[in-house]
Design a protein around this ligand. Structure first.
Ligand SMILES: Cc1cc2nc3c(=O)[nH]c(=O)nc-3n(C[C@H](O)[C@H](O)[C@H](O)COP(=O)(O)O)c2cc1C
Length: 285
């Protein structure tokens, strides 16, 4: 079986989950290709199985993922497709699966499997992520779940995530957050980024941004409107110098990125594409 895998990942959770699935597919004698949606590479229409893995942002999928799915061609053959969503709270995946499924069905794909997997919350700007130790336990459980899911998919199991309203939100709060982020929030939040006096202009944020939304101007990072709020810059900043106006400094908070996720390494590998069927190879981000 030829498996084509696509992901978007700010801090490595979604990458970890889809890369784990890739390993299981390969161990079972399949060919699997993994790449980021930011690569803009086409999906092979001769694939036997397509898989997507995205994070949930404010009860939906990130804007860049929505645009990517909407821009897919119409597939002539209804290829089996699965969707995995990583969420900071298993109860708060909102419409993420439903949104993706709806678009993929419109594109002629046959969505046979969808699941939400809990991974550590990376929204450091607005909340405090778990400690390193707590995060590792959550990751370990997520990886076990991903292995089972990949095996289920190979075995032809059909299963779908069932939508639920998050238990700690009333319906009003839920819809308010979903639509505010989708239609207003994400388009404006780039304007609120600031750095404090500990920023030493190292430029790491600019180098690792998955959407090339940061430029160093007069020795300070400047965010562009293509920013997706993925939190990579915030969590990888060696000085914890990045914050958003209105939310306050993140100093003293836990920071989070999946510990094996190395954005700089991934970026340099982009120009040096490795063997797609090698389970150890890293896709470009
Ligand atoms: C802007 C933003 C919004 C988020 N909204 C939600 C949410 O609505 N529900 C949830 O469970 N987690 C939410 N999270 C947490 C992420 O979905 C979760 O940590 C995810 O695994 C991150 O994946 P990544 O490391 O691949 O980027 C949010 C994170 C960010 C940055």
């Amino acid at each position: 079986m030829n498996v084509e895998l696509k992901y978007f990942s700010g801090t490595g959770n979604s990458y970890k989950i889809i890369d784990t699935c890739k390993e299981i597919f390969i161990q079972n004698g399949n060919k699997a290709t993994l790449s980021s949606i930011t690569d803009k590479s086409d999906i092979n229409e001769d694939a036997d199985l397509i898989g997507f893995c995205f994070p949930v942002y404010a009860f939906g999928i990130p804007r860049i993922c929505r645009k990517y799915l909407l821009n897919l061609p119409i597939f002539k053959n209804p290829i089996n497709t699965f969707i995995l969503i990583t969420a900071g709270n298993i109860d708060e995946s909102g419409f993420s699966v439903e949104e993706s499924t709806k678009i993929l069905k419109r594109k002629g794909l046959d969505v046979t499997y969808s699941k939400v997997i809990q991974m550590p919350n990376n929204w450091t700007i607005s909340m405090n992520p778990p400690s390193k130790e707590e995060a590792q336990l959550i990751i370990n459980t997520g990886v076990i779940k991903a292995k089972k899911i990949a095996q289920n998919i190979i075995d032809g199991v059909l299963d779908h995530h069932a939508f639920n309203y998050p238990s700690t939100y009333g319906k009003f709060g839920f819809y308010k957050d979903y639509y505010t982020f989708k239609w207003l929030g994400v388009s404006n939040m780039w304007k609120n980024y600031r750095t404090d006096e500990t920023c030493d202009s190292c430029g790491l944020c600019e180098k690792i941004c998955p959407t090339a939304s940061i430029q160093i101007v007069d020795n300070k990072p400047k965010w562009l409107k293509t920013c997706e709020q993925c939190m990579r810059c915030v969590n990888y900043c060696p000085k914890q110098a990045i914050f958003q106006k209105g939310e306050g400094s993140i100093k003293g908070k836990n920071i989070y990125y999946e510990p094996t996720f190395k954005p700089l390494k991934l970026k340099s590998k982009k120009h040096n594409k490795s063997n797609a069927t090698d389970a150890k190879s890293h896709a470009a981000d």
